[in-house]
Design a protein around this ligand. Structure first.
Ligand code: F6P
Length: 456
């Protein structure tokens, strides 16, 4: 039975971004499991996706894509700066990720955040059919539920956080903490990646609002069938073989694939690799590393600084440890298409997923899913949501350089039998909970929890 069988009313999704990107040939679906999980639900319930096109100063009319109504929200370039880069990604993002960087607290950014959230809520209030389900996603839109609830008591209202929700001590730093907690508490259900995030939110609501919201943990996943199909393709296997040849047929390929974000721990990981090369624990005759860093939020200073730090390290590592024609570290600051990524996953003998804090981390789940040969070792940070489920990975505290070095060495040296056993179990875990199941569980809890306001 699919999630759709349980839903008898239209589903309306609101997220910062629309599920499409503009390319030379027109609109194309954005990559990622979320889009692939939600589009069929929207199509089959006659639903709508409300979001920003990703371009500033573009006022688009609503349009249909792949059988789904898309409702663009226009953002001016100053709103992109103040709502998206400012409040969302320079105030909330660092604060919600363990305050790994200082947040800016700027009233102009807050005003833009409120105004954009209001625009989303007003649009939702206008377009949502009577009694429909509205599912709001992520930290950009935390004020939307309350704003929408004021206008529409008939809708079933859910919210899902893709990123962590911080402990009370950190959340309390926010000058607008009460408005944000109240914004979210207007939901029928607030979902989180991990139960610790849900517990943090409950504490915040009890302290600031004196109320206990309905919450749950729903760890997000990937489209397992799609990833397995790409991984099984002949072209992917051939591409993976070509990559190994191009890398010089090393015994061990270490791999990192991340958005270039300071939360991902890329510089800590590179430093650990550098120190393993420096004391000859690892040898470039035997090992090579590939680090893919996808460009992201380039307008935010913390991201510019992180990029400089990483690129400085890449230069140092290759300058000292590379040989002519054989860099010790291959670094790509690029967005790669899915087939190339999957071929790389199949080439990576040791996958390093070592964020300092991460809501879930789907790269870890993607890597495991594409290892149809049951080989490869996943080194995974304890601070990624995925660590709750992927307990057969080599779990590590990435803040501890010695632990990170030890984890890399134990992954490189792991016996084939142990690799196989761990990978089989990891694959079973991910196969048992894909992104369709995630949407189904969230919506089942939401619709079961809702009580309509009969006084209306
Ligand atoms: O993980 C949170 C998230 O906002 C995702 O929803 C998104 O895919 C990713 O970060 C990239 O963020 P942005 O939309 O800022 O490019």
């Amino acid at each position: 039975m699919s999630a759709v069988d349980n839903i008898e009313v239209p589903l309306v999704v609101a997220a910062n971004r629309l599920p499409v990107m503009r390319s030379q040939s027109g609109w194309t679906a954005s990559p990622g499991g979320l889009v692939r999980a939600l589009m069929p639900l929207l199509r089959e319930t006659g639903g709508t996706w409300v979001g920003w096109s990703g371009e500033a100063d573009h006022d688009e009319e609503p349009f249909d894509y792949d059988g789904v109504r898309l409702e663009p929200i226009a953002l001016s370039s100053s709103e992109v700066q103040n709502y998206y880069e400012g409040f969302s990604n320079d105030t909330l993002w660092p604060l919600y990720h363990d305050a790994l960087r200082d947040s800016t607290y700027n009233f102009l950014h807050w005003e833009a955040y409120e105004a954009v959230n209001r625009r989303f809520a007003d649009t939702l209030a206008d377009i949502t059919p009577e009694g429909a389900i509205v599912w709001v996603h992520d930290y950009h839109l935390q004020l939307v539920p309350r704003m929408l609830r004021e206008k529409r008591q008939d809708v079933q209202l859910g919210f899902f956080f893709h990123i962590p929700f911080p402990p009370t001590e950190l959340f309390m730093r926010l000058p607008w903490r009460t408005e944000i907690a109240a914004g979210l508490a207007a939901c029928d259900l607030v979902g989180f990646q991990r139960s610790i995030n849900a517990a943090n939110f409950v504490s915040v609501c009890e302290e600031l609002l004196g109320e206990r919201p309905h919450v749950g943990s729903f760890p997000i996943s990937i489209d397992v069938a799609e990833l397995e199909a790409v991984a099984a393709g002949r072209a992917t296997r051939q591409l993976s073989n070509r990559y190994r040849t191009r890398l010089g047929e090393p015994e061990v390929v270490l791999l990192g694939v991340d958005r270039l974000d300071y939360t991902k721990g890329i510089s800590q990981r590179l430093r650990a690799y550098q120190s393993l090369l420096a004391d000859a624990t690892l040898d470039t005759e035997r090992c090579v590393m590939v680090q893919v860093a996808t460009p992201t939020r380039e307008g935010v200073e913390h991201y510019q600084n992180e990029r400089h730090e990483i690129e400085q390290l890449v230069g140092e590592i290759n300058g000292v440890h590379g040989r002519l024609g054989y860099p010790a570290l291959h670094y790509l600051y690029q967005s790669l298409p899915l087939d190339v990524l999957v071929a790389l996953y199949r080439t990576g003998d040791v996958m390093l997923v070592t964020p300092l804090r991460d809501g879930m981390n789907l790269v870890a789940k993607e890597y495991v899913t594409t290892r149809l040969d049951n080989d490869g070792v996943l080194v995974l940070s304890e601070f990624a949501g995925a660590a709750d489920e992927l307990t057969d990975a080599v779990l590590v505290n990435p803040h501890d350089e010695k632990a990170l070095r030890d984890a890399i060495v134990s992954a490189v040296e792991m016996h084939r039998y142990e690799r196989r056993e761990r990978m089989q179990r990891l694959r079973e875990v991910v196969r048992g909970s894909d992104v369709q199941g995630w949407a189904e569980r969230f919506l089942a809890d939401l619709t079961g929890s809702h009580s309509l306001d009969v006084d209306e």
